[in-house]
Design a protein around this ligand. Structure first.
Ligand code: ZN
Length: 82
């Protein structure tokens, strides 16, 4: 993993966390359980849970527009550091 693409790597993993978590939320609804990992881990911490959702949303928007465009990130394209 290169430090040069750190922003895009963070954005990538935030999107992965958001996507996997959403899948678990759906499965949890079928099973009548709360499988929302973000809620289970951070639900007791004020503002931490919404902060994660907002970060995931920002990461997704950044991803839609082609990832972080800072000097370091444009050298290593998004997803290349997985
Ligand atoms: Zn960057």
């Amino acid at each position: 993993m290169s430090n040069l693409s750190m922003h895009n790597t963070i954005a990538h993993w935030l999107m992965v966390i958001g996507g996997v978590n959403w899948g678990l939320v759906g499965i949890g609804m079928f099973l009548g359980m709360n499988l929302n990992v973000v809620n289970l881990v951070l639900g007791g911490v004020p503002y931490a849970e919404p902060a994660v959702y907002i970060l995931v949303g920002i990461a997704a928007v950044v991803g839609i527009f082609g990832g972080c465009k800072c000097k370091g990130c444009t050298v290593a394209p998004m997803g290349g550091a997985m």
